[in-house]
Design a protein around this ligand. Structure first.
Ligand SMILES: Cc1cc2nc3c(=O)[nH]c(=O)nc-3n(C[C@H](O)[C@H](O)[C@H](O)COP(=O)(O)O)c2cc1C
Ligand SMILES: [Mn+2]
Length: 481
């Protein structure tokens, strides 16, 4: 059964021994971060801080911060199950004959069940505050010492594409400026920013935005998925939870939000209004610098009677976001392989913060294929940001970093095997020559072929034959080892 809301998920985490309640006062200024950071670095639990100092709203953190918790969130034994389900749909072919058509019915019915369902009310409307609300009553964390202030870090930000009317949900952090305004940190390559640009160009004055904080875990998680524009994150959430996400209209803006949300901030972004946002200690483990971003004006807060505030903290890896990203890596592999079929496996190590490093193994069938793969990755959605792509042959296990380093470094003549390219770079990159764009490179660490101009012999990797190993297994015991 799909989780009905955040509380249902919390109960599941608690039952699995994955969540610790902290009944005493802990300060949302820095102290909760220190708890969360220590826990994730030592395979510790998620936390429910029942008494954040100065507030009477509990704080949930690290709810997705391990592989096990991600599996609990998405209700699978392993991510491969989701990848397999995706592959199943991708392989669905035009049915042959009546029997074939009939056999597809269950799948089609299942697909119909993913679509979000519009409802007229829900728990997120238990309290409706068009006046008298105050963002300072939410225990928003000040995460790190040099942060520009408190930041809402796990929001589901809903906007509409003015041209197609389609919904987008992205997770973009929000710096709390005062009782009713925040920053809106949608980076320039993201969908929220695209909606903003289109409306600005069309001469609109205001853009409706709604932010849900805390909902069922599949819906929350869907907000970070790197989906193509106009593909509704809430539909994918329905696929993940195998049950439609119920969406309810906001009170003051023309946007729908998940009805089971803990807390909803309704409001608008004034087109053209910018304000300094940051600094913020980011995914990269460095402070992202101050920059100009749009401002979100809250017009109404709707919420549960006693909401739970869901948040996360990012910083030097690995942190909670690494585990969220790892699940994306596993789930999106079949989709990636649909467009770049020679890819066998792919890995984004924690130290690469998603956008800095991708290890890819391929089945190489023609000369220069590694370079084709690099350019294909750079042309694939948010993978465009990848600063370094290492391409290896299919016999290399890319989940094993030391094997990749060993084999790749042996296999390259750097001047010959490195491909440089120029293009968009993640907004968080502090080293690119300009914000948002710069250079990237790929390393062709595959075996080089004669057809690629390599005429020297290529040696095999050293291995011991199996029969020798078996004989020594016995002798090993005989020697008392
Ligand atoms: C914890 C967390 C915080 C994030 N904060 C931001 C942010 O502040 N700005 C941003 O543009 N992307 C941020 N992201 C990444 C986006 O959520 C992600 O790129 C998403 O796919 C964007 O969705 P979109 O393609 O619909 O815009 C964050 C991701 C996570 C996991
Ligand atoms: Mn999107």
């Amino acid at each position: 059964m799909a989780y009905s809301d955040l509380r249902d998920f919390i109960t599941a985490l608690e039952k699995a021994g994955e969540l610790k309640r902290v009944p005493f006062e802990v300060d949302p200024v820095l102290e909760i971060t220190e708890f969360a950071d220590r826990s994730v670095k030592h395979n510790g639990p998620a936390f429910l801080f029942e008494r954040p100092k100065g507030y009477n709203m509990p704080v949930l953190i690290n709810a997705f911060a391990s592989q096990r918790r991600m599996e609990i969130a998405l209700q699978v034994d392993k991510f491969q199950d989701i990848a397999d389900r995706i592959s199943d749909y991708l392989q669905m072919q035009m049915p042959q004959g009546l029997l074939g058509k009939l056999s597809m019915l269950p799948k089609l019915a299942e697909m119909g069940a993913f679509f979000p369902k519009k409802v007229s009310g829900g728990p997120c409307k238990e309290v409706i505050q068009k006046e008298g609300f105050n963002l300072k009553e939410i225990p928003v964390l000040t995460c790190w010492p040099q942060d520009g202030g408190p930041f809402i870090t796990l929001p589901m930000v809903f906007t509409k594409n003015p041209e197609t009317g389609k919904r987008n949900c992205g997770m973009y952090r929000m710096q709390v400026y005062d009782e009713r305004t925040t920053g809106m940190h949608w980076q320039t390559h993201k969908q929220g920013a695209e909606h903003y640009r289109r409306r600005f160009k069309a001469g609109e004055k205001r853009m409706d935005v709604a932010v849900a904080i805390g909902a069922d875990p599949a819906a929350m998680y869907a907000a970070i998925l790197p989906l193509p524009p106009d593909l509704d994150e809430m539909m994918i959430a329905g696929f993940l939870r195998k049950k439609p996400v119920e969406m309810v209209p906001c009170e003051t803006v023309d946007v729908d939000v998940p009805a089971n949300a803990e807390l909803v901030l309704e409001g608008y972004v004034e087109l053209g209004e910018m304000r300094t946002e940051g600094p913020f200690r980011d995914h990269t483990g460095f402070y992202s610098l101050e920059d100009e971003y749009p401002v979100f004006h809250v017009t109404c807060v709707t919420r549960r009677k006693n909401p739970i505030y869901a948040t996360t903290v990012v910083g030097p890896p690995p942190m909670e976001d690494y585990f969220m990203g790892k699940a994306i890596e596993r789930m999106f592999l079949p989709l990636m392989r649909m467009q770049i079929p020679e890819i066998r496996d792919m890995c984004m190590p924690a130290e690469g913060i998603f956008h800095n490093l991708m290890l890819v193994s391929i089945r190489k069938s023609y000369p220069m294929q590694a370079r084709k793969v690099m350019h294909a990755v750079w042309g694939l959605g948010q993978a465009m940001f990848t600063k370094c792509i290492v391409v290896v042959d299919e016999d290399v296990d890319v989940q094993n970093y030391s094997e990749v380093a060993w084999k790749a470094l042996n296999n390259i003549d750097p001047q010959r095997d490195i491909e440089f390219a120029m293009g968009p770079i993640d907004s968080l990159d502090h080293s690119s020559r300009m914000a948002n764009w710069g250079s990237k490179f790929g390393i062709d660490a595959t075996k080089k072929w004669k057809e690629e101009g390599f005429t020297r012999p290529w040696p095999d990797v050293i291995t011991m034959p199996g029969d020798v190993k078996a004989r020594v297994d016995a002798l090993w015991k005989k020697a008392g080892l």
